[in-house]
Design a protein around this ligand. Sequence first.
Ligand code: URP
Ligand code: ZN
Ligand code: ZN
Length: 460
Amino acid sequence: MTKLIRGGTVVTASDTYQADILIEGERVIAIGESIDAQGVEVIDATGCYVFPGGIDPHTHLDMPFGGTVTADDFETGTRAAAFGGTTTIIDFCLTSKGQSLQEALTLWHAKAEGKACIDYGFHLMIAETTDQILEQLQDVVEQGVTSLKVFMAYKNVFQADDETLFKTLIRAKELGALVQVHAENGDVIDYLTKKALAEGNVDPIYHALTRPPTAEGEATGRAIALTALADAQLYVVHVSCAEAVQRIAEAREKGWQIYGETCPQYLALDITYLEKPDFEGAKYVWSPPLREKWNQEVLWSALKSGILQTVGSDQCSFHFAEQKELGRGDFTKIPNGGPLIEDRFTVLYSEGVHQGRISLNQFVDITSTKTAKLFGMFPKKGTIAIGSDADIVIFDPRIERTLSVESHHMNVDYNPFEGMKVHGEPVTVLSRGEFVIRDKQFVGQKGAGQFIKRAKFKRP
Ligand code: URP
Ligand code: ZN
Ligand code: ZN
């Protein structure tokens, strides 16, 4: 049935205005004042913002990591994402040496198909750059997987060397793909980690102390230098600190195609959380680690000025019981990552817009539009315009609530933002014209999400 969103304030990356939105099937077909409501289903958005659906550029669902598997799969993860106002995710497809890229992608499609409640795309990890792999990349890009990920950390697990990164950048330039890096110096971290353990320093805080900001700044700078040498394009994931921001800012000043993402945890939490007693610090183990608090304002101002363009959740959830607890007595065995897919959107609104750090339009740009542009989905996704997918969030900024494991929908036994008071809540969410969340209730369908074949990289 044709739907009409009536009475809300429409917000895009460039405009804020009062309008009704008419949706036919999967698309927006009209935007205007007082659209005739006869014979259509009316959705009242009075007092609410009407945002383009959030696009989360960074998730790890159903992913084996750290000797275990993430607690959220494509069903629970995308359902929670929808509750939080996200209508599209891009998940990381892992690969391993010796495996064909097609085999890896087929496995990731099987994880998502029939389970995802919202639309999804994939980034592809690059573990090696043999002639066969470089050849296979053409096919990968033609299938709409137009972003490639290289890990500069996690030695002996995912870490690739500079040659692999450089060859990936050169091939990406030829094929029109965007290269992403996890930028931390894995060799230095490996040394510092072994030293800490040898000295009997086993608590969660040593995860952060063995991954200093300079290890992130150095790797960020190195990745940028290799990108410049290859005349390619780079997106630095989960930027956590001022040293990395500085490198990105310098490169962008020179006009290089360098982009960056940060995550809610780096904007709202800090290194002291790793010192929580009774091993609770393990809940706050991310790589890169949480930093000293002053870095938060550097990240906010980088978002505001456009040095960083996006906020990803880096959703990589592990239960505290039995999963994070694997690292009791040895912080290196704590699975890295946390559950953020649900709260990314609201934390950015509340800490960003409500606190006056970013504008409403910047909020939309950061949570949706820029990701759609960088990752080949715009204008199908990332905006509210005639012809765009009707991925829409009706967000009530008047609601005040407290984030908690008691009320979240992620399949995990803690919430890193437990007790945090936030302003605003997505009350109704549509994905390609269908309700996924209606009046805060899940009414979507497992398997309704579609794979998004993304276009090649184009400078936004
Ligand atoms: O700690 C993190 N970030 N876990 C997820 C994997 C990654 O490095 O992105
Ligand atoms: Zn990473
Ligand atoms: Zn990640």
